[in-house]
Design a binder for this molecule. Structure first.
Ligand code: NAD
Ligand code: TYD
Length: 338
């Protein structure tokens, strides 16, 4: 079996490459990534010389390049992680989100149709469902919760989901979609909340919390996300959507205080800053479908997973300093100017 993993030099795609190359030594994996600011070859350093792994640099929006790659490689399965993934960046520059997250998906699916790929799996997000009120802990996102997006990022991901289902219905392209909650773990780019706070706390810098810090996210360890996608591409039903989440809801303030406690740093570092425009209040996944139908169960819980993730960040300073390019420094200055 030959599997294309797009966006494999990023956070979740990189973890998925490690997980799959290790677990399936007899399958072949090709990682396609444009190496944007968020993609880093060092994330793949440990597996670059494996017999069953190959890296190709390229853009999923480049029709000719994608067509040629599919013609040469004859993939059985395509798993699409490639995307612009940061909400704050989408607020500053929506266009690139529409290009990579929507046109890129169309380009990949056209190639899947042409070369009769047996499965196209789209890695989506729980953010397509919008948000839930803070005072209704009884409410969760189900697979049939209406799409109701807040940011250009989530709107681009929801657009892609609609397009994927349209290709299923119109062309019978064999597709699946997964919608996962917030991930944490090794190799996460330090623009996202958890690695950003670890880095700043370690340097005794102020920790920017949007609004009052009461927004809730449902955290899942990245390797639990990987095991869920593995199950979906092997056992999931074509044309279906699967929610992925482990019931680990925390307010942002709770997450930041946990990190400070583990690092032994004072809460006085916390600084409440201007809220994100359109900031989603609460995400919470109901994972019953994937649990019952595919037997998926998360291995990690947040309390131990976050300690391991903090340790990973402390132990991998070289990786962190290399991903912090000039572009990233400019972003920090622009985003956190007050
Ligand atoms: P990331 O930003 O860390 O990585 C994205 C990768 O895609 C990078 O390596 C980048 O170089 C590559 N890429 C971007 N545009 C490309 C293009 N046009 N062509 C080829 N490669 C391109 O993102 P992530 O956090 O690993 O997220 C991966 C996927 O998972 C995304 O689709 C995201 O929407 C989804 N997701 C993320 C989370 C989360 O908490 N991070 C949760 C649920 C779903
Ligand atoms: P983030 O990691 O960007 O993921 P998402 O917006 O996709 O959920 O943010 C997680 C939460 O943390 C979100 O509620 C926004 C908040 N946040 C801050 O309070 N400060 C920050 O500097 C960042 C990046 C995020």
């Amino acid at each position: 079996m030959k599997i294309l993993i797009t966006g494999g030099a990023g956070f979740i795609g990189g973890n998925f490459c490690h997980y799959m190359v290790e677990k399936y030594p007899n399958d072949k994996f090709v990682c396609l990534d444009a190496l944007t600011y968020a993609g880093n070859m060092e994330t793949l350093a440990d597996i670059l010389d494996r017999q069953n792994f190959k890296f190709v640099k390229g853009n999923i929006c480049d029709t000719e390049f994608v067509d040629q790659l599919f013609a040469e490689e004859k993939f059985d399965i395509v798993v699409n992680f490639a995307a612009e993934s940061h909400v704050d960046r989408s607020i500053q520059n929506p266009k690139i989100f529409l290009e990579s997250n929507v046109i890129g998906v169309q380009t990949l699916m056209d190639a899947c149709r042409k070369y009769k790929v047996a499965r196209f799996h789209q890695v989506s997000t729980d953010e397509v469902y919008g948000d839930l009120p803070l005072d209704r802990p009884d409410l969760f996102f189900h697979e049939d919760t209406p799409l109701h997006t807040s940011s250009p990022y989530s709107a681009s991901k929801a657009s892609a989901d609609l397009l994927v289902m349209a290709y299923y219905r119109t062309y019978q392209l064999p597709v699946t979609i997964s919608r996962c909650s917030n991930n944490y773990g090794p190799y996460q780019f330090p623009e996202k909340l958890i690695p950003l706070i670890i880095k700043k706390a370690q340097n005794n810098e102020k920790l920017p919390i949007y609004g009052k810090g009461e927004n809730v996210r449902d955290w899942l360890h990245v390797l639990d996300h990987c095991s869920a996608i593995d199950l979906i591409i092997h056992k999931g039903k074509v044309g279906e959507v699967y929610n992925i989440g482990g019931h680990n809801e925390r307010t942002n303030l709770e997450v930041v205080k946990t990190i400070l406690k583990v690092l032994g740093k004072p809460e006085s570092l916390i600084s409440f800053v201007t809220d994100r425009p359109g900031h989603d209040r609460r995400y919470a996944i109901d994972p019953e479908k994937i649990t019952k139908e595919l037997g998926w169960k998360p291995k990690y819980n947040f309390d131990t997973g976050i300690v391991a993730t903090i340790k990973w960040n402390l132990d991998n300073q070289a990786w962190l300093s290399h991903v912090e390019s000039g572009e990233y420094q400019n972003w920090l200055k622009k985003q956190y100017k007050d």
